[in-house]
Design a protein around this ligand. Structure first.
Ligand SMILES: [Fe+2]
Length: 284
């Protein structure tokens, strides 16, 4: 099994293609649909990089996996589904996220998980030809966050990042630092130390270059938010204090609204235009 990772510098997202070089079986994890936030146009430059790699290697894409409902970018799921006739996969706890955000957006939505093709649960095996992924439910950043474990690699989404970035924030609706502590320490830190970890984001800068992977061993020793030595109470207090200092993601309303519909943009209205809904809060 081989892994190719792509970094979207506009949203700091890491998208991955896991594939078998012999059988050509492949899955795509956390693809990005680009969004121009001045002209409000989507475009597919990032997805075309994946397309080029898939074509170059002659891959057969079985599934598109979103590790969770992203709040910082639009999912490229639908574009890839149409292009490769691949199935869309997400955790069955997606319905909790959909119910929560229907309220936030005051939407009369019929979202109930049917927007996706496969709803997975903890412990399931997802088979894509010669590739077998074990599903790890990793609630905490959101209630439906999921990791996908295959051979000596695990795709962790926003549960566990490169060690100097830490773990995902837990202050979104239905997020829980207690749950994320349990997810990371019981389901990820129980994997062998040499397991390769592929997160959903990286945030390089002047301090260091881009990193696309770490290991469970390095995370246990050096993760700035949750080293294996940290106790649960200390982690929860640390995260509650830390998360209060974070601004909302720039695309939270756009991202959540589209991604809870499996990356589908809203239907066109009578004038042919599509609209997203953004709540406005007024300080008194
Ligand atoms: Fe996220």
């Amino acid at each position: 099994m081989e892994i190719k990772t792509f970094h979207d510098s506009a949203t700091w997202t890491l998208s991955h293609i896991a594939y078998d070089a012999e059988t050509k079986d492949a899955v795509i994890i956390d693809p990005v649909l680009d969004l121009d936030t001045i002209g409000w146009r989507t475009h597919t430059d990032s997805l075309q990089l994946l397309d080029a790699f898939i074509a170059e290697h002659g891959l057969n894409v079985h599934y598109i996996l979103d590790t969770h409902i992203h709040a910082d970018h639009l999912s490229g799921m639908q574009y890839l589904k149409d292009k490769y006739q691949a199935k869309l996969v997400i955790n069955k706890a997606i319905t909790i996220v959909q119910e929560t955000f229907k309220d936030v957006f005051n939407m009369a939505s019929d979202a109930d998980g049917h927007e996706f093709d496969v709803l997975v649960s903890d412990g399931d095996t997802l088979t894509a030809g010669s590739l077998n992924f074990k599903v790890l439910h990793l609630p905490g950043h959101t209630p439906a966050c999921t990791g996908f474990h295959i051979e000596n690699a695990v795709f962790t989404g926003d549960a566990l990042f490169i060690p100097d970035i830490g773990t995902g924030r837990c202050d979104f609706p239905k997020g829980s630092a207690s749950d994320l502590f349990n997810s990371v320490t019981t389901k990820l830190y129980s994997l062998p130390d040499d397991t390769r970890v592929f997160p959903g984001h990286d945030y390089p800068g002047d301090h260091r270059d881009l990193r696309m992977e770490t290991t469970i061993g390095e995370s246990k020793a050096d993760n700035v938010d949750l080293p294996a030595s940290r106790d649960k109470e200390g982690y929860i207090k640390f995260m509650e204090d830390r998360d209060k200092t974070l601004p909302l993601p720039r695309l939270i309303y756009q991202g959540v609204q589209v991604n809870m519909a499996a990356g589908q943009l809203p239907k066109a209205e009578s004038n042919g235009a599509q609209y997203l809904k953004i709540p406005i809060y007024n300080d008194k």
